[in-house]
Design a protein around this ligand. Structure first.
Ligand code: FES
Length: 138
């Protein structure tokens, strides 16, 4: 009887170890997926989709995967949604420049700071248009 208990405990521990490793792998995979969704290397947008209709007008913008994408007079620009001032995810597009609604930081479309709260600049992304497909590259 005692032998059976020891074997059973060993099996249980092996099984528990396997489960722990599986959970670790699962958590690691989940972590990578989450990191990947934040500013991935390349994002494509179908401009014909009603989801992105704001981009059909100059000055319109949308938020996609923690990026702000805007129509700037017929050309498309993109930047991170995270402000370099205090990290608030409040970047918008206003009057042809990036604008943070938290404390008023203003950035050029190239990411250059235009006032004191914007002195660290803003990360911007490259855009390219092919037909109705807008590609944003980090
Ligand atoms: S966090 Fe954007 S201006 Fe302060």
């Amino acid at each position: 009887m005692k032998l059976e208990e020891k074997i059973s405990r060993n099996d249980f521990l092996k099984k528990l170890g396997f489960t722990g490793a599986s959970l670790f792998a699962l958590y690691s995979l989940d972590s990578c997926v989450n990191e990947g969704s934040v500013n991935p290397a390349t994002v494509t947008i179908d401009l014909s989709s009603s989801q992105y209709s704001a981009l059909t007008k100059s000055g319109g913008y949308v938020v996609v995967n923690n990026m702000v994408v805007a129509n700037n007079g017929g050309t498309y620009v993109a930047a991170t949604i995270s402000c370099s001032h205090e990290g608030k995810k409040q970047i918008t597009f206003r009057n042809g420049e990036w604008y943070c609604t938290a404390h008023g930081a203003r950035f050029s479309t190239a990411g250059k700071g235009l006032n004191s709260n914007a002195s660290k600049g803003l990360t911007v992304y490259t855009t390219s248009l092919s037909g109705n497909t807008l590609t944003i590259s980090a």
